[in-house]
Design a protein around this ligand. Structure first.
Ligand code: TMP
Ligand code: ASP
Length: 238
């Protein structure tokens, strides 16, 4: 697979075109960003850790029948993916209250959410990813009604698979964000799943093992990501 041109440069990943019009290369960089790009830092090994972590999770999801764009790892910080037409919304499911839910609703961090909540956000850093609903998605034609239903359904299916996977490794899946895209008429899970886009706590101590360590300046960011990977049995080159 020949790498061609830069298609998109995101805050933590770069996407390249290839000689196959239906395939892209996803490069996981060490760049780490929070608060819609306001706080930025390079964290050594983060790209590599997230690449192997994402590959492991995407394969688990695929094995559980959730269609994803992931094809294979190409190198330490690169993966081959299907070329999706991205739907510009972020799908968030929460099992425990944290982050913006705590700020918006004034509930206590760690409150168990039963049933889990589902939220859509518009992917737009300049507007700080505002919360939107199904009605906005239809009015502005960001996705069809069927796609809205599929994104919600798939996001909840991911919860069933991953809540169990992390629980078996002694962790709580607090919340996570997914992005979807279209490929030959089908809605597939795109983007990535890594500790950059979810919250994970140690089940016993509630120690934060995700990007909140970076957001809140707690230190040990990549060390925490590697601990999560190690607990799940993801093998990451030294
Ligand atoms: P929030 O509490 O800030 O709304 O975030 C909920 C979850 O979604 C959390 O795991 C972080 C993730 N997320 C991202 O990865 N990127 C984003 O742009 C947003 C809004 C949330
Ligand atoms: N992913 C967004 C950013 O990098 C929001 C966040 O994680 O805080 O700025």
């Amino acid at each position: 697979m020949q790498k061609r041109d830069v298609l998109v440069t995101g805050k933590a990943k770069t996407v390249y075109t290839t000689d196959d019009a239906d395939r892209l290369i996803l490069h996981f960089r060490d760049d780490t960003s929070a608060f819609d790009g306001e706080k930025k830092e390079k964290l050594t090994r983060k790209g590599l850790v997230n690449n192997y972590f994402n590959a492991f999770i995407m394969q688990k999801l695929q094995a559980a029948g959730i269609p994803t764009h992931f094809e294979k790892v190409l190198g330490d910080d690169e993966a081959l993916i299907k070329r999706l037409t991205m739907i510009p919304v972020e799908c968030v499911v929460r099992n425990l209250a944290a982050g913006s839910l705590v700020r918006r609703l004034g509930v206590e961090e760690g409150l168990e959410l039963n049933p889990p909540t589902f939220e859509f956000f518009l992917k737009n850093d300049a507007l700080h990813d505002p919360m939107i609903n199904d009605s906005h998605i239809r009015t502005f034609n960001w996705a069809s009604e069927a796609e809205v239903l599929q994104m919600k359904d798939l996001t909840f299916q991911v919860n069933v698979v991953l809540k169990r996977l992390f629980a078996d490794a002694g962790m709580l899946l607090v919340d996570y964000k997914l992005e979807f895209g279209r490929f030959k008429g089908q809605v597939l899970l795109g983007d990535e799943f890594s500790p950059d886009g979810c919250r994970l706590w140690d089940a016993a101590t509630r120690k934060k093992l995700d990007k909140d360590r970076f957001r809140q300046g707690l230190g040990g960011v990549v060390e925490a990501y590697e601990e999560v990977a190690q607990r799940l049995g993801v093998s990451i080159p030294l």
